[in-house]
Design a protein around this ligand. Structure first.
Ligand code: PLP
Length: 400
């Protein structure tokens, strides 16, 4: 649906109509977002905050309007709780750095899961090495769902934070984060949710979830690269020290000391990507104009169709068979290296991702080195799934 809004989908790759199935890595952009970026540079470009001239105030209004747009999209209580970052990765690094400075001491424990993206794994591993915290890792079941007994067994009086992906970028599993948050909160433990793969695909309401932090990336939700979100409950953000220092994040600087700005600016050192924020707001408008529930239903039906078609391919195994999955399918075909499969599918104009998907601990847990991954967005069609399945059949017979 709405393919006409995405000019790049008309591309021909290697002589074939593009079939873009790498949406978990990044989504394509609708024309409205592309035009918004050029409109900003053409008509609204001046540095934001504190400028007295017209263009600066205009840009500031657009930028702060974008913050309120994000607030509405995830139903945060206040726009002060929306921090602009470069993406999911920077948001998690911000929390790892700043939360740890305020709240973590040697011997304290942080819980992650074995299905995390490296972005939600390596920052905590670095902290382990630098600060002596302990990293505890929730295991999964064979079907790719989180092992809740494993989670419960890891909770201890030293647990200070749980950091969990809402949706796995490899398995597609949608974790029951509401239950995990409730359980963690019953022990007074805050929870960070990595929403990189959930916010673009299902309704996420931070107040209903009651998560303490939610992070996601603009480029995975039809917005531009280089802009991301950290939502944090005010009570945590207020107690956390700044992440980076420079302009914007200060209230007053003397030779002796610096008073920091109020939320959210305390965490936004330097000139923000004010064109990126406005373009992200445009992307959220676009998503809302279709309806996130409509998008979710469409992607679910593609997932169901693709799963049944792929399972009929001889020798194909799908990794991640949870009952509640998002539009991500990882698979391997007997006798075919995923890299070769990806290269040859590309010759047919089909863009899939191959490799470890920045989830090496999960690959080790599954006993494999990588998979082929197809991931869906609102503009994908059943015909594209058919093209993928035919392509896999053809490539598999060549490789064998
Ligand atoms: N977390 C998950 C679950 C992801 O899928 C990704 C990207 O694929 C990231 C984090 C990192 O996102 P970014 O590279 O936009 O910071």
């Amino acid at each position: 649906m709405h393919r006409e809004d995405f000019p790049i989908l008309e591309s021909r790759i290697n002589g074939h109509q593009l079939v873009y199935l790498d949406n978990a890595a990044t989504t394509q952009k609708p024309l409205s977002v592309i035009q918004k970026i050029s409109d900003c540079y053409l008509h609204h470009n001046a540095n934001v905050h504190r400028g007295v001239h017209f263009l600066s105030q205009d840009a500031t209004e657009l930028h702060e309007g974008a913050r309120r747009r994000v607030q509405r999209f995830i139903n945060a209580g206040s726009s002060d709780e929306i921090v602009f970052t470069r993406g999911t990765t920077e948001s998690i690094n911000l929390v790892a750095s700043s939360f740890s400075e305020a709240f973590l001491h040697a011997g304290d424990e942080v819980i992650v899961s074995v299905m995390e993206h490296h972005s939600n794994f390596v920052p905590w591993q670095l902290l382990r090495d630098r600060k002596g915290i302990r990293l505890r890792v929730i295991d999964i079941h064979e079907d790719g769902t989180l092992n809740l007994d494993s989670f419960r067994s890891l909770l201890s009086s030293r647990t200070r934070l749980v950091c969990l992906s809402h949706t796995s970028n490899v398995l597609g599993t949608v974790n029951s984060v509401g239950d995990i948050i409730a359980e963690a909160h019953s022990h007074d433990i805050p929870v960070l949710i990595d929403g990189a793969q959930s916010v673009p695909h299902l309704r996420v309401d931070v107040q209903a979830l009651d998560c303490d932090f939610l992070v996601f990336s603009g480029h995975k939700i039809y917005g531009p690269t280089g802009i991301g979100i950290l939502y944090g409950k005010r009570r945590w953000l207020e107690q956390m020290p700044p992440y980076q220092a420079g302009g914007e994040m200060i209230e007053k600087v003397t030779l002796e000391k610096t008073d920091f700005n109020v939320l959210p600016y305390k965490f936004e050192a330097g000139t923000p990507d004010f064109i990126g924020t406005v373009a992200l707001a445009e992307a959220l408008d676009y998503v809302d104009s279709i309806g996130i529930d409509t998008i979710a239903a469409h992607e679910q039906s593609l997932l169901d169709y693709a799963t049944s078609q792929l399972l009929a391919v001889p020798g194909l195994k799908i990794y991640g068979q949870a009952a509640h999955k998002a539009g991500v399918i990882s698979f391997l075909v007997d006798g075919c290296h995923p890299y070769d499969m990806g290269l040859l599918l590309d010759q047919l104009g089909i863009a899939v991702r191959t490799g470890h998907h920045c989830a090496d601990p999960l690959m080790q847990r599954l006993g494999i080195t990588g998979t082929v991954r197809a991931s869906f967005a609102l503009y994908n069609t059943r015909e594209e799934v058919d093209t993928l399945v035919k392509g896999i059949d053809r490539v598999a017979s060549m490789l064998r």
